[in-house]
Design a protein around this ligand. Structure first.
Ligand code: GLU
Length: 232
């Protein structure tokens, strides 16, 4: 994903669920070098949205490892910057605001299915020939006023993206893989906000990249399949 009309702003966005590994270091080097070569800005953002696996100790290890590699960041933890805070857990209000926009635009809906129900459905689907094709959209069919009333009554729920129907493929240019095209009709109505109120990586990353004015996303190709969902 690129926008070549603006000064370069790139980010390295590790999740502190472990130490900095060699793949992360490689991604950080590419981002840093691209920023330095173009006179751009290198942003460091800590993606600590997974409350169970993220630790402060890992964050410190990552910061220390980046400094040891000589990869100084222009904005981020310890140095601050105009787009802070640079920890996702401190940016919840911005995700909440983005979710409200989606709700108002009828592009998100509450899902009341319990984890047990979802697990059982997935298990059953995995035994069929077609396999598991994502959430079956049960709650998408609930009339809006009923859904609103259930949310207001405090019934536990997640918020899901309402993947548009009859939408053409999501397309984007990848500097390494070229023109990419993914059909939308097989995309899952992914969870944006969990039952406990925390936001998922796929949603938070988009809010942050937009709000931090990121111009180029440079990351491992394990994220290629996330990209169409994030574009959507
Ligand atoms: N936090 C993600 C990870 O550590 C990277 C996010 C991204 O670069 O978009 O895998």
């Amino acid at each position: 994903m690129t926008d070549s009309s603006k000064p370069v702003r790139v980010r390295f966005a590790p999740s502190p669920t472990g130490m900095l590994h060699i793949g992360g270091a490689r991604t950080a080097i590419y981002n840093w070098a691209f920023a330095r070569a173009t006179g751009g800005t290198f942003v460091l953002r800590i993606e600590d949205t997974d409350p169970e696996r993220s630790t402060e100790e890992n964050t410190q290890i990552i910061l220390r490892a980046l400094r040891w590699l000589g990869l100084n960041w222009d904005e981020g933890p310890e140095v601050g910057g105009p787009c802070g805070p640079y920890f996702q857990t401190q940016r919840t209000d911005t995700y909440e605001a983005a979710l409200q926009k989606l709700i108002e635009a009828d592009m998100a809906y509450p899902c009341f299915c319990s984890k047990e129900t979802l697990d059982a459905k997935r298990e059953a689907a995995e035994k069929t020939e077609g396999g598991y094709a994502g959430y079956d959209r049960t709650c998408r069919a609930i009339p809006a006023d009923e859904a609103r009333a259930r949310v207001a009554a405090g019934e536990p729920h997640t918020w899901r993206l309402k993947v548009p129907e009859g939408h053409g493929p999501v397309e984007f240019e990848d500097a390494v893989y070229g023109h990419m095209s993914f059909p939308v009709d097989v995309m899952d109505d992914m969870i944006l906000r969990r039952t406990d109120g925390t936001f998922t990586y796929n949603f938070a990353v988009v809010c942050d990249d937009v709000n931090m004015g990121i111009t180029h996303v440079i990351r491992g190709d394990d994220h290629l399949s996330n990209t169409p969902r994030q574009v959507l």
